[in-house]
Design a protein around this ligand. Structure first.
Ligand SMILES: [Zn+2]
Length: 447
């Protein structure tokens, strides 16, 4: 399937590239930015066939190639020393290894073994091999929120325990369907681990269980990526993660808890209706989780292009425009298309590239589409630390992310006041003179 998708994407790319109407622009620079062209690019790059543009993935490489092909068509210049449009980043990819990762329920001399990633999943990053073994404590929803009159933990001793909790879809009208309730649900694994548990096993909702059953779905594992070439950045140090959290299919959960499937269904019904279920230590059994790690090296690309400045002296200064072209891939069988985040910024930069070729600014403009943003700002960190031009020659940087988030005539502005005494004033002047957007500073927060 993947091969035929790749082929059809490539043929469409050739068709688009051959369609000169989209490469030349008509009229003035501003007029060359059109809704039609934005929609054309975005409908393509956010299509299901791009599988959510995960880092690293063949689909993200095709996205990179699409961007490079377009800017080559617009007449921009490559900026990498080897004349390429691609700043290649070699990535160490670390994740749990299905062949060496398993969950075993021990009951007396009997043991039942479950497989990763079909019977259970590991939703968080894990970079270290290891093993945990402990007695089981069933903690209902795992929520400890006495203020909301919901407390599954109370005075239970969780030290050294493997804590099992339910993860139902919380319907409207449920006592926990409030902002505080949802926050308590989100934070429960952390709270349970801080109370001394060695792992939290979450039983997936009935809806997710049905989707696994119907589509033979596997759990999506969380990969950890870090550039092979270590970056010299305090902010961006390489980190290690050990196992602490798993998600269980219902058959795995019934074995761990020593109950029947209909008893588990009954508990989901009960908590779904807003009632707490009885919590307790589960005697006579222990759970062991062994995690093996696999590592490999893959490549991904920042796409880098330049519009040379029109002024003989100022063209040696640069303004950088950036956006990330990666997204989050496929989660739980669903393609996360990322049209807004950040298909919108990605295609806006294509249209801006085209416009800048019609009316060149005095300074040179570098356009960079970053990879790996969703995996921890990898592409932007790499670009700054391995910049193809002297960083001191960069006068300003404008990054675009999720342009479709708010009203069409307003923009969130973040950071323009932080590093420069002039940048924000310039942005406001230009805005007043030309487009008159509402500039919204609500995310300009120190934290
Ligand atoms: Zn984003």
């Amino acid at each position: 399937m993947r091969n035929s998708h790749t082929l059809s994407i490539l043929s469409l790319l050739v068709l688009l590239a051959g369609c000169s109407r989209y490469l030349t622009g008509n009229g003035s620079a501003v007029e060359s930015i059109t809704t039609e062209e934005l929609k054309l690019h975005l409908s393509f790059l956010a299509a299901d066939e791009f599988a959510g543009r995960d880092t690293p993935s063949p689909e993200l490489k095709i996205t990179s190639r699409y961007l490079a092909t377009m800017v080559e068509g617009y007449g921009l210049q490559p900026l990498m020393p080897d004349g390429s449009w691609y700043q290649t980043i070699s990535l160490d990819v670390t994740e749990a290894d299905p062949a060496a990762t398993r969950l075993i329920v021990h009951e007396g001399s009997r043991q039942q073994e479950f497989r990763f990633a079909s019977d259970f999943g590991i939703p968080g990053r894990v970079t270290e091999a290891g093993q945990i073994t402990g007695e089981v404590f069933f903690a209902g929803l795992g929520v400890s929120a006495p203020d909301l009159e919901w407390d599954d933990i109370g005075s239970a001793d969780l030290e050294g325990k493997v804590v099992v909790i339910l993860d139902p879809v919380i319907p409207e009208g449920h006592p926990l369907a409030t902002t505080e309730g949802r926050r308590a649900i989100r934070n429960r694994s952390g709270s349970i681990m801080r109370a001394g548990a060695i792992a939290v096993l979450t039983v997936i909702s009935e809806e997710r269980e049905a989707s696994h059953q119907e589509q033979g779905e596997q759990f999506t594992s969380s990969r950890y990526l870090y550039p092979t070439e270590e970056l010299n950045s305090a902010y961006y140090a390489r980190r290690t993660y050990s196992f602490s959290r798993a998600e269980l299919r219902h058959a795995t959960a019934t074995a761990v808890l020593g109950i029947t499937g209909s008893e588990l269904d009954g508990m989901f019904t009960q908590v779904g209706e807003g009632e707490q279920v009885a919590t307790s230590a589960i005697g006579g059994r222990t759970v062991e989780v062994s995690v093996g790690i696999s590592s490999r090296v893959e490549e991904s690309y920042n796409v880098v292009a330049m519009v040379e400045g029109s002024h003989p002296d100022l063209k040696d200064e640069y303004v950088v425009l950036s956006s990330h072209h990666d997204h989050l891939g496929i989660r739980n069988g669903q393609v996360l298309n990322g049209a807004d985040d950040n298909g919108s910024g990605t295609v806006a930069m294509l249209e801006i590239a085209q416009a800048l070729m019609i009316t060149r600014p005095k300074r040179s403009t570098i356009l960079v589409w970053h990879t790996g943003e969703e995996r921890g700002l990898i592409g932007s960190q790499y670009f700054v630390q391995r910049c193809p031009v002297e960083v001191s020659r960069i006068t300003a940087e404008l990054n675009m992310d999720m342009l479709c988030r708010n009203d069409p005539d307003s923009l969130y502005v973040i950071g323009s006041n932080k590093l420069s005494s002039e940048f924000d004033a310039i942005i406001n002047q230009v805005n007043e003179r030309h487009v008159g957007f509402g500039l919204d500073y609500r995310y300009e927060l120190p934290q």
